[in-house]
Design a protein around this ligand. Sequence first.
Ligand code: ZN
Ligand code: FE
Ligand code: FE
Ligand code: ZN
Length: 269
Amino acid sequence: MLDYHVHARYCRHAKGEIEDYVKDALQKGLKEIGFSDHYPMFYLPKLGYDNYSMKLEEFPSYRKDLEKTRKRFASKIKVKIGLEVDYYRKKEVLLSVLSKSFTSQGFDFIIGVVHVLDDWVIDDPRLLDKYSELNLDEFYSRYFKEVEALIKSGLFDIVGHIDVIKRFNILPKGGFEKYLEPCLDLIAKKDLCLEINTSGLARPIKDTYPGLNLLKSLNEKGIQVTVGSDAHDPKEVGRYFKKVLKALKKAGYSKVVSFKKREKVMRKI
Ligand code: ZN
Ligand code: FE
Ligand code: FE
Ligand code: ZN
């Protein structure tokens, strides 16, 4: 098995060094670990806190550290070098320049995510108050429009925690499937990889992003998936993977996606 969404201390809100995560992955018998720490958010509006991502000046050493780690553990586990990058529609030109540079720098995979609408980081528990005055339908519809634009941009390899907006279990009355569904169809059409992110199982919503009950329909749509724990602590590597593996197999999946230099490589599960 592999874990394709792992952070480390570079982003300022995760515990431990890169190698601590690799050691944990080894202990848990993973064959592959993909690091995806948060790319600097300098192109976003000014946010209320400054511990969301690595600093731009740290970016080169993030990559070098991972290359060293990859070599050091080469005989034991595949270490893949990736990033979690915030999509922001108004900055698509800049993001396309960045995306090309990630390819030429040899990154293995780029996860595209939406955390920020205007200047609000929607999955930050410190900003939970903001939810009290919302029209939830408008809010969800707006979020998924941004995700749709992310998918259409073609700048990312993996769509990360696609419905992270449900994290706090504050949902519109009629559900949000009608907003999510067009995104899934677009992912299928674009042949993108969708992440099954297990961190939501530890949040108030208590489900993966996207939900486990959707796996069968994802498979029917022909969507290829990968699995990520979104670990921010070494002990969270591979969290809930047994449960998800079982669900994937039940939904008819026999393979998940891994990446090498931004090209898909299928792995049996
Ligand atoms: Zn994070
Ligand atoms: Fe995220
Ligand atoms: Fe993450
Ligand atoms: Zn994340």
